[in-house]
Design a binder for this molecule. Sequence first.
Ligand code: N01
Length: 498
Amino acid sequence: MTTTHDTLIVGAGFTGIGAAIKLLRAGVDDLVIVERSDRVGGTWRDNTYPGAACDIPSLLYSFSFVRNPSWSRAYSPAAEICEHIETMVDDFDVRRRIRFGVEVNGLAFDEAAGVWTADTTAGEQFRARTVVLASGPLPDHKWPDIRGLDSYEGHKIHSARWDHDYDFSGKRVAVIGTGASAVQIVPELVKQAGFVKVFQRTPGWVLPRLDMATPAGAQNLFAKIPAVQQLARQALFWGHEVSATALVWDTPLTGLVARLGKAHLHRQVKDPWLRRQLTPDFTPGCKRMLVSSDYYPALQQDNCKLIDWPIATMSPAGIRTSDGVEHHLDCIVFATGFDVHLTGPPYPVTGIGGRSLADEWSGGAQAYKSINVHGYPNLFLMTGPNSGPGHNSLLVYVEGQLDYAVRGITTLLGENLRYLDVHADVQRRFNQRIQRRLGKTTWMSGCSSWYLTADGFNASMYPGFATQYLRQMRDFRFGDYDAVALDTHTGVDTRIRA
Ligand code: N01
């Protein structure tokens, strides 16, 4: 017999654990979390490359409802973020609700019962009245589409699945990619490897990273007077919020960011030719801003070289660039990013009347307030379509989503609804507004980035301030939904009006 839970949470990363904590606090006790791995932590568990750390200050890249006065640094390393998530799991008694090693490979809504069924690779089924999809925006890494990729006979490592057993000492290593992961990896690799060649396709905007160890005095103060830590978090929040006026929209302040980036480059790179190679040619903010104070210096080490000739093909010995040079390599590190699910989860999600989310989203994902999709009732997407920030902490946005999902789930359970389905026209109007607003943002200014589908549709970013996003998520309007209750006496559906 399969039991039906009130809530199924898919994924035990920061977001899934946050959802469990918030739901438990709201009295939703009958919940289960399924996690495909054997540990919590999500992206912070998977990304263990040398130098992996947050590029948003930890005081802000954390939940406001989980106190941690002892972050070791301004930008904490991945291992410490993982430890923090483990501590959350224990402090809030969430661990016993997690089923590890369970990977969902299909979700289907049973309209008559108002229940989702989750199939898993292990064959076990889970049934739940509501589902929180918290598998994260970047769960799967991506091998690039490079000719001859499989012909390479040396060692291959992807940044998101680091090989800790590989000994880099004395080795000729390539790093492909110069995004947020690469700028953290390269400075560490040059300390270990014999020689490092960095293959750049597009130079990014880099701003200095003002990292430092948290003074013991500050940790003590945060522990004794939590309000001080909250104040520091607020200061960081508003500082980032202001930066939207430079990064989300192209304004005179965007020019200032470009000047800051160029000044950073000028200060750290004296060779004019290298500087030219590293100078970006797109509007700051269009791609994710890079934050590093040790990437440029690392590129100038004697055992490091930037290669900006396009990669023509991989060969058994290494990489051939379009200038005809064959680069012989012992190991290639692919810092080439993730398989971003801009068109939905990588498994079938079947809604009312057998509709398929993959079909409906084939041109790019769309949702209402990033969280609900018409035709897929009782399903709450975390970090869903158009919820990504370009200037602030993702977790601030996630908190808004968690509170909204709790409102939806407790309403559904409290009113004993069979389902709660956002109206199609409400969702359509919402997305028309979002796409209109997106047209004015830097993300649509012509660069290529993982924010966009191959057709240039922006299914990932929220075109506004975090404050606006949070206001939108605080506003749960029952009237936006088709709310259907099953009258247990008559067996007839009743539509509940706001
Ligand atoms: O991946 P990316 P990432 N040939 O997609 C290049 C988050 N993150 O892992 O720019 C040659 O940004 C590609 O080149 P181009 C963060 O949200 C957060 O670095 O497309 N090169 C690019 O340089 C981030 O945005 C933290 O021309 C190829 C690179 O590979 C997201 O993860 C830390 C290529 C991919 O960059 C992804 O970052 C790290 C090819 N065929 C990451 N294909 C935090 O600290 C791709 N590239 C929170």
